[in-house]
Design a protein around this ligand. Structure first.
Ligand SMILES: [Zn+2]
Length: 330
């Protein structure tokens, strides 16, 4: 079979498998197949820290996402967590799900699969509610798991549940967190990192992206997450991960790793923003920081990645491009 026919068959098989929520046995993490476009490219939007029943410019951002989503013919949307403020969902019957998600992201171009992780605010409610299949019956775009993988062959996206890494949430008394399924914390993290490392090592995708709620590097209000620098970053550095995408800080930012080619991208500006503070120290590798509301788009081909940050009016504030050679196996 010629190379072209082989690729054609692979693409057909991949198209058939999309939507079936394929679970591979090679790793513990659920892997979902999501086919690329016919020309092999893939486009998506990244949004974080959003669910406020349309307030704090959430609806305005949703409107601009709709416009950009249409222009780019997006394949899906990624949510970096803190999906429902202030305290997640109270149950899978909570009307906040429709009021902050279904009724806000109404544009035609946004009627695609959403892949979501949990943020710390989501852990303050009933965590299981956001993972419940019942939500998919209300709005079939919704897919939220603690940690999972989306594989389009062109790119593999590894979604990581970062809240359990952060020690202070286990000791603070101001808020109550729903740790069912997490405790004992140490073995939860050890197993997650083991599964993640194995899955990233096995990946043959041209692009490797890791998504979590908490920043590894940020100059915003919360700053760097030391637990992730220590435990997660080495795995990313050793396995040629291209981008780490997160929310948590209500801003847009782009920072380059000073020790590898990883680019740290924050998209946590889906509603409330303008915190007004920036970490003056530790700004090594900083290319771009914007304190206001916005979101991010990602365009991928075999050779090029283009990432753009938009404000509440749809203006492009910052653009990052990255190129690499075609893999010899392709
Ligand atoms: Zn957060």
């Amino acid at each position: 079979m010629s190379g072209f026919s082989n690729m054609f068959m692979k693409s057909i098989l991949f198209t058939i498998s999309f939507g079936l929520c394929v679970l591979y046995a090679s790793a513990e993490l659920h892997k979902f197949a999501h086919s690329s476009k016919h020309d092999g490219s893939l486009n998506f939007l990244v949004l974080g820290d959003w669910g406020r029943r349309g307030a704090y410019n959430q609806s305005e951002i949703a409107f601009q996402m709709g416009k950009v989503g249409e222009k780019l013919d997006i394949d899906f949307v990624v949510s970096t967590g803190d999906n429902f403020y202030d305290n997640g969902l109270t149950s899978d019957q909570d009307t906040a799900f429709e009021e902050s998600f279904t009724n806000v992201y109404t544009a035609k171009s946004l009627q695609k699969q959403w892949y979501s992780v949990l943020g710390n605010h989501d852990y303050r409610g009933d965590v299981e509610a956001q993972l419940s299949p019942f939500l998919k019956q209300i709005d079939n775009r919704w897919l939220c798991l603690r940690s999972f993988i989306v594989d389009s062959e062109l790119v593999e996206i590894f979604f990581v549940d970062t809240t359990p890494f952060v020690e202070k949430y286990f000791t603070e008394t101001k808020h109550k967190y729903d740790w069912q399924g997490i405790i004992p914390q140490k073995s939860y993290i050890t197993n997650l990192l083991k599964d993640l490392e194995l899955a990233i090592k096995e990946s043959t995708a041209q692009w490797k992206i890791v998504v979590g709620h908490h920043a590894i590097r940020s100059v915003g209000h919360h700053g760097d997450t030391q637990e992730l620098i220590k435990q997660l970053l080495p795995i990313l550095q050793e396995n040629d991960v291209d981008f780490y995408m997160n929310g948590h800080d209500h801003c847009l930012e782009h920072i380059s790793d000073t020790e590898s080619s990883i680019q740290f991208l924050t998209s946590g500006a889906g509603s409330k923003a303008w915190r007004g503070d920036i970490q003056e120290t530790n700004q090594g590798g900083l290319h771009f920081f914007y304190d206001g509301q916005g979101f991010m788009s990602v365009k991928l081909t075999q050779t090029d990645a283009t990432i753009e940050f938009y404000d509440v009016s749809g203006n492009v504030l910052h653009r990052l491009t990255s190129s690499k050679n075609l893999r010899s196996s392709m």
